[in-house]
Design a protein around this ligand. Structure first.
Ligand code: PSU
Ligand code: MN
Length: 303
């Protein structure tokens, strides 16, 4: 059911750093052709920083670890039929031989299955606003509680309820690390109104933290929250305005469940006339960079 590219397989066998990349961001998170460009550039950034990239998706029912350029194109084209696959959907997409883009939760599962410990993404899912009523809480949070992968993201988008997302992660025992920041980053902006529960400042410190957690036999992942670089950070008022508009439209149209996140991202790009897309792309690059550095450090041989 799983096909691993030769390069990734070799790296894993030789205990070299590998960084996973998700595919929902390609198929459902960004428009074509920016999605392809971003996916390929992320791979380059990871290589430039001494790790091996492994973009993961389901291609005709086969869980594929280390997509080729052609495979990335295949799930990126606007006309491609690609299922958004979370934990619950994995067996469906595989047994029905579909094409599937993996969310953070599904990418963590596959990463662990094949022995990849680090994963770079844009943003994770979380507790949606009004989540206490709708119970729309992303499977990503539960996965972080269960699965031993270190996920580097740009924090929690304010289309979500940041405070409740942090509470949920605390209950589940998931460490949330502000990388070089005291504040919890909010994806498009460097800061939110909430403190990051923990702070670490270097790849070395994060690598040591992750190793300590797993050496202690503590189950589950680690969430590293890496703020968007200052020069690309979105003015908070502007992004908040766009988010509120998108949320109201979502309500009117009755969009919910797994369609919610892709709808909101797309509307925010439209409302901001593409500016939020630039921010999104840049923060993903920055996460690929940091994840590669942490992974390289984690696998560095002691002198
Ligand atoms: N946030 C983004 N871009 C994305 C996602 C989140 O900025 O593409 C995707 C990720 O794959 C994440 C998923 O795991 O959305 C969460 O979806 P849901 O809220 O339906 O659990
Ligand atoms: Mn959801």
């Amino acid at each position: 059911m799983i096909k691993i590219s030769e390069e990734v397989q070799k790296a894993l066998q030789n205990n070299l750093p590998v960084v996973a990349l998700e595919s929902t961001i390609i198929s459902h998170g960004m428009p074509y052709p920016e999605n392809v460009k971003t996916a390929l550039r992320c791979e380059e950034i990871i290589r430039e920083n001494h790790a091996i990239p492994a973009t993961i998706a389901i291609i005709d029912g086969v869980i594929t670890v280390g997509l080729s350029k052609t495979e990335i194109e295949k799930i990126a084209l606007p006309e491609a039929v690609v299922m958004k696959v979370s934990r619950r959907d994995l067996p469906y997409a595989v047994s029905q031989k579909l094409n599937g883009a993996l969310t953070v939760s599904a990418t963590m599962i596959v990463s662990k299955l094949v022995g990849i410990r680090f994963f770079a993404t844009g943003g994770i899912g979380g507790v949606h606003r009004n989540g206490e009523l709708t119970m729309d809480i992303s499977a990503d949070l539960e996965e972080l509680a269960l699965t031993e992968v270190c996920v580097v993201c740009a924090g929690v988008k304010s289309i979500l309820d940041i405070e409740k997302t942090l509470e949920y992660l605390e209950t589940k025992g998931v460490p949330v690390i502000g990388y070089n920041t005291n504040k919890m980053p909010a994806f498009f902006t460097r800061e939110s109104d909430f403190m990051a529960p923990l702070r670490l400042d270097t790849p070395e410190e994060v690598a040591r933290f992750v190793k300590t957690k797993w050496d202690l036999g503590l189950q589950g992942g680690v969430l590293v929250c890496n703020p968007i670089p200052d020069e690309f950070s979105f003015p908070k008022v502007l992004i908040d305005e766009a988010i509120e508009k998108a949320l109201i439209q979502m309500d009117i149209l009755g969009i919910k469940g797994k369609e919610a996140t892709p709808f909101l991202l797309k509307r925010i790009v439209e409302i901001t006339k593409g500016k939020s897309l630039t921010a999104n792309i840049e923060l993903v690059y920055n996460n690929a960079l940091v994840a590669a550095k942490i992974a390289a450090r984690y696998f560095q041989k002691e002198e």
